[in-house]
Design a protein around this ligand. Structure first.
Ligand SMILES: [Zn+2]
Length: 745
């Protein structure tokens, strides 16, 4: 098929498809393998930077079960690769849908011959070939290949997809295949998050995301929540299927507020061009904070996702006062579940109060903009221990409420070090925390980090040890020193208010100070920061000339600050000082290119740009040229370093052993395993095998770490044979082995 014809073909297909839809009946598909009808992954599940757009059928750890054509059609695409789908077959069916069967161990005999011919013709193990209709016809139930583990690290399984006539992935279980599957269990919602979407928004008094466990008996949140300003809701939910140990994605979620539709998502059909939209749909900030996978129930800007109902709204705008929300979650077998709750909504920030210490150790509270106080609750907490260890005010003898506007605490020498005050008003609830100063720590240290999400930037400060004090954020802006409050959100962690991008760009000399006798500057700014705009190319030198970033026109969806600062890692391997480059909580639309300056460091061709995660350095695909720089691309905020890899790959040669004799009939493939601990085997170009001085086409099974060969037998002769194998890793380290073996008939 010629590529320049595809546009016309698409048009024709579009016209046909309109007719096809009118006459289509739901074809009765056959389940594609007898390996099992158990699934290990569903359609619409999250994968790094993409959706999983098929189903994974379990093969119980083994390869070689037959794979069947689900209905009549012809094979229209065959692909062999070391990564991705591995060995994969695409069938075009009479109902115009396409089915796809991936990670196969091998094809049926006829297809295998076809594939080998193509491999020899192109002198390449890797092929991707489109076939004209009629070359290989298949009928429903024909064995087209065998299950396997090629192309990935996930082990044996059958990845199966159904697409429509123009290659848009469909949910395979939304066809007749879904009926071959028993499931009577409801989706199980675990957590709900309320997300402030502006710097003046508050959820229960706080300007940051609040997560609540869903009470299983009433399927809602226990208390009425207080919400002020723009906000959104997100839900953490899993689906279970009868007698299967896996957690699944769900089919649809709908949000209603006061019985009115707000947002809907249905995992039925999408297109590959929308694959990178996943982090605009699952909440990226909660994901980066390791809080799990939350489905956002509001539409963010730049969202163009066909899973999402077009009538869905952005930030939720309910009525003032009491509102009811209802979230309906369904799986594909008609099992549904609900989450219900109430919240009090206010458009502007009204309730607020200030607490001041009295000379005798008591506290006085001044109210702002509050007409009616229902009641005041207070609690003593020990924030260095579990938050559950708390004591209500009415249980504390030494604490009393005076004239509705002052709380006196006489005894703070107990295990408690934090006072939590909750003000319930007709406008909702406001909560504040105060540290009860006991003794002044002498050497407090901590780390400043930047948290840049869609709605702005805040400064996070983490104390190395709990101080029990109230440090403040100081910074210079427009030549003036400014002070801002920090809120303690957990034992050692404090966060600032949210700043806008323009406010943050003006800030310099950011520091943390404790208001003890003398001010202590914890950390001065070592921060590089640049505003980048979509549609504008820019490159900036960061980290004192050590690195350069290149912002492509499409790296981010919206105005974004790229920032970097040095990081201390107790790991001496990196040959440059490690640095963090962010944003941390904004999804990248396209990768960001980093160029690292190596100055006069030698061994450039063995250097790897790496990111630090899970307490180790992980190599990124590194481009090296003859200059003194190396480069790589990142898709998320990361700690970056450079590591030298000078370890040669390991070759574990099982068959053929040197000087051993083998039967010709047993020699389908060599049994040679490769290992490289760091940058990995360069399997597309770095494996070179000759037998009797002739080149063998080789591939690589990443999961088994095994070399694959094409028609090896054709190169063998009776008697003495010689071979030579050269293997390179991705850091130009090479190992060669030679040997000979004997073949008898
Ligand atoms: Zn899969």
């Amino acid at each position: 098929m010629k590529i320049n014809n595809t546009k016309n073909l698409k048009k024709i297909f579009l016209n046909i498809s309109l007719v096809a839809v009118l006459f289509s009946t739901d074809t009765d598909y056959m389940w594609p393998t007898n390996a099992s009808n158990t699934l290990t992954a569903f359609f619409g599940e999250m994968r790094p930077h993409r959706y999983h757009l098929g189903i994974d059928i379990r093969t119980y750890g083994k390869n070689g079960d037959p794979v069947f054509a689900i209905t009549d059609g012809y094979i229209y695409r065959l692909k062999v690769s070391n990564t991705g789908y591995g060995n994969v077959i695409y069938i075009k069916h009479d109902d115009n849908n396409i089915s796809l069967y991936a990670h196969l161990s091998r094809f049926n005999e006829k297809i295998q011959k076809n594939v080998e011919q193509l491999q020899f013709k192109r002198n390449s193990y890797l092929i991707d070939h489109l076939l004209e209709p009629g070359i290989i016809k298949v009928s429903k139930g024909d064995i087209i290949g065998y299950t396997g583990d090629t192309g990935g690290l996930s082990g044996p399984h059958l990845h199966f997809e159904i697409r429509d006539e123009i290659n848009r992935p469909l949910n395979p279980l939304n066809t007749s295949l879904g009926k071959k599957f028993k499931d009577t269990l409801k989706p199980q919602p675990d957590f709900i998050a309320f997300i402030p979407l502006s710097d003046s928004s508050r959820v229960n008094g706080f300007n940051y995301i609040q997560e609540f466990e869903i009470n299983n008996s009433s399927l809602g949140t226990n208390d009425t929540l207080s919400v002020i300003g723009d906000f959104g809701i997100a839900i953490n939910v899993k689906d279970k299927v009868n007698s299967q140990p896996f957690n699944y994605g769900i089919y649809s979620i709908d949000l209603e507020i006061n019985d009115e539709f707000q947002y809907g998502i249905k995992f039925d059909k999408t297109s590959f061009t929308q694959n990178n939209q996943i982090y605009l749909e699952r909440n990226y900030e909660l994901l980066e904070l390791n809080q799990g996978e939350y489905y956002q129930l509001y539409k963010v800007s730049y969202q163009n996702n066909s899973f999402i109902d077009k009538k869905s709204k952005g930030s939720l705008i309910p009525k003032e006062g009491i509102n009811n929300y209802k979230i309906t979650i369904k799986d594909l077998n008609g099992n549904e579940n609900y989450v219900k709750g109430t919240f009090v909504y206010d458009k502007i920030i009204n309730p607020d109060f200030i607490v001041n210490e009295l000379a005798n150790g008591g506290w006085i509270i001044n109210y702002k903009n509050i007409d009616n106080i229902d009641n005041i609750e207070c609690k003593l907490l020990n924030s260095s221990k579990s938050i559950n260890e708390s004591l209500s005010c009415d249980l504390v003898n030494d604490m009393s409420i005076h004239k509705n506007n002052a709380i006196i605490i006489n005894n703070t020498k107990s295990i408690y070090n934090t006072l939590e005050i909750t003000l319930n008003t007709d406008k909702g609830k406001t909560v504040k925390h105060y540290a009860l100063l006991d003794k002044k720590p002498l050497h407090i240290q901590g780390d400043l980090t930047i948290n840049h999400n869609y709605d702005g930037i805040r400064i996070d400060y983490e104390e190395n040890e709990f101080s029990g004090m109230k440090p403040s954020l100081f910074f210079q802006s427009d030549g003036v020193m400014k002070k801002d409050t920090l809120v303690r959100v957990s034992k050692n962690k404090l966060i600032s208010n949210l700043f806008s991008i323009s406010e943050f760009m003006k800030m310099s000399n950011i520091s943390i100070r404790y208001e003890t006798d003398t001010f202590t500057i914890i950390k001065d700014s070592e921060l590089d920061k640049y505003l980048v705009k979509p549609g504008e190319y820019s490159e900036k030198i960061i980290i004192n000339g050590q690195a350069l970033f290149i912002h492509d026109k499409k790296t981010f969806y919206d105005d974004t600050i790229i920032y970097s600062h040095p990081v201390n890692i107790f790991e001496e391997q990196s040959i440059i000082n490690p640095f963090y480059i962010g944003p941390n909580a904004i999804p990248f639309n396209k990768p960001l290119k980093l160029i690292i300056n190596l100055f006069d460091i030698k061994n450039q061709n063995k250097m790897n740009v790496c990111y630090y995660q899970n307490n180790k350095w992980n190599p990124l695909y590194t481009i090296r040229d003859e200059t003194k720089v190396i480069s790589a691309e990142i898709k998320r905020g990361s700690i970056i370093g450079v590591i030298i890899d000078d370890k040669i790959p390991e070759i574990d040669n099982v068959v053929p052993r040197n000087n051993a004799t083998y039967n010709l009939g047993d020699m389908e493939n060599f049994e040679i395993y490769l290992k490289d601990n760091f940058s990995g085997i360069n399997y597309d170009n770095g494996i070179n095998l000759t037998v009797n001085e002739k080149n063998i086409l080789t591939g690589y099974n990443i999961y088994q770490k095994k070399i694959l060969t094409v028609r090896l037998k054709d190169y063998l002769k009776i008697g003495k044979n010689t071979y030579r194998l050269t293997v390179s890793d991705n850091s130009n380290n090479t190992k060669t082995i030679n040997g000979n073996f004997y073949i008898k008939e």
